[in-house]
Design a protein around this ligand. Structure first.
Ligand code: FES
Ligand SMILES: [Fe+2]
Length: 366
């Protein structure tokens, strides 16, 4: 399904092919961090335009339902939990965790057709994933390897950010780290050499299916990242820095990054190793969710006696830099929707990823 992006910032509908947003349905979308869904409560978030209600049953299992009462479409998320069931706050119809309608006030027998749509849902390493496509195709083998989210070897603080832009513009940003040199000059970057380094791209496959793009970027003879000083102060001299990551459907980044001194590659005390998991989930055609964590090795924190909060603050500053730039880009595109973009070599990976999304979305539409 390809959906055209619409903008109404000035009251007029604007279309631009640069921000057309195809949604692949048959994949796992990150909908929440585990801690966001409270025991005994109700949590709602919209994914590819569908409002999804999450609730934890008494035994800890999650359930995901369409967050619309089948009677007159009130959001169930403002209703009441009654054990493992939810009662609509409008006229009191009650549903169980499988979406079955149990009770309609004033009626002896529940009429047919009131059951709710349900979604396959999985909690995997502190991320909650929903499958928005055909439930029969939901396959946990397709979940990403987001191990650093909850590994004892890594320390991190979970983050979330909301974007008022189509999700593919955020994916573009994550598929091309040349922007670190400019957008993040004083945070994640620190050298224009990052933009000059060649990026190697190859497909990521599960079996014979392509599920993403594997990216390698290395840069030699550059200073330590300004960001590293937030948790490893005092790193001096020239470094070799690396960014090795997979960017997989529908928009998940899994990255090993770091650096070591050029003159002492084996100097563990001056080497930085990090792992990051980030997920972009479309909320609507024109808005997106961004879940992220950047992990540092536990021993680095112990050595530097720093806290994950300090690291998180700098990371957040950098991700606000991204959001400011991408939002400015989106507004500019909408203001002049017919201007062409001119691709350059930097765009190879995002071109591959967009082609993959387009191909799968079109196949699903057929
Ligand atoms: S809208 Fe939910 S009970 Fe009427
Ligand atoms: Fe960035």
């Amino acid at each position: 399904m390809t959906q055209s992006t619409l903008s109404s910032s000035n009251g007029k509908i604007t279309r631009s092919r640069h921000v057309d947003t195809p949604f692949v349905r048959n994949c796992w979308y990150v909908i929440a961090w585990s801690h966001e869904v409270p025991d005994g409560g109700l949590f709602s978030r919209t994914v590819i335009g569908e409002p999804v209600l999450l609730m934890r049953r008494a035994d800890g299992r999650l359930t995901a339902l369409l967050d619309r009462c089948s009677h007159r479409l009130a959001p169930l998320s403002i209703g009441q939990r009654e054990g493992d069931t939810v009662r609509c706050a409008y006229h009191g119809i009650r549903f169980d965790a499988t979406g079955r309608c149990l009770e309609v006030p004033g009626t002896e027998r529940v009429p047919p057709g009131l059951d709710l749509k349900t979604y396959p849902v999985v909690e995997h390493r502190r991320w909650i994933f929903v499958w928005m496509g055909d439930p029969a195709l939901a396959d946990t083998a397709l979940l990403p390897d987001n191990h650093s989210n909850d590994s004892p070897d890594w320390v991190n603080q979970p983050g979330y950010m909301h974007y008022e832009v189509p999700y593919l513009l955020i994916c573009d940003n994550l598929l091309d780290f040349s922007h670190l040199s400019y957008v993040h000059a004083t945070t994640l970057g620190g050298s224009t050499e990052i933009a000059r380094a060649r990026q190697h791209n190859e497909p990521v496959r599960v079996g014979d299916r392509q599920v993403g793009v594997r990216i390698t970027r290395e840069v030699k003879g550059v200073p330590a990242s300004p960001y590293w000083h937030s948790f490893r102060p005092g790193l001096a001299g020239d470094y070799r820095r690396w960014f090795h990551y997979d960017f997989v459907l529908p928009g998940v980044l899994l990255m090993d990054s770091g650096g070591h001194p050029m003159d002492a590659p084996d100097d563990v005390a001056r080497t930085v190793r990090m792992h990051s998991c980030q997920a972009v989930t479309p909320e609507t055609e024109t808005s997106s969710h961004y879940f992220f964590q950047q992990s540092c090795q536990r021993q680095d924190f112990e050595r530097a006696a720093e806290t994950p909060q300090r690291m998180h603050e700098v990371l957040l500053k950098a991700f606000v830099e991204d959001r400011d730039m991408i939002t400015a880009q989106y507004r500019a595109i909408l203001a002049t929707p017919d201007l062409p973009m001119r691709p350059v070599a930097l765009d190879a990976a995002l071109g591959q990823f967009r082609a993959l999304v387009e191909r799968l979305a079109q196949a699903e539409a057929r």
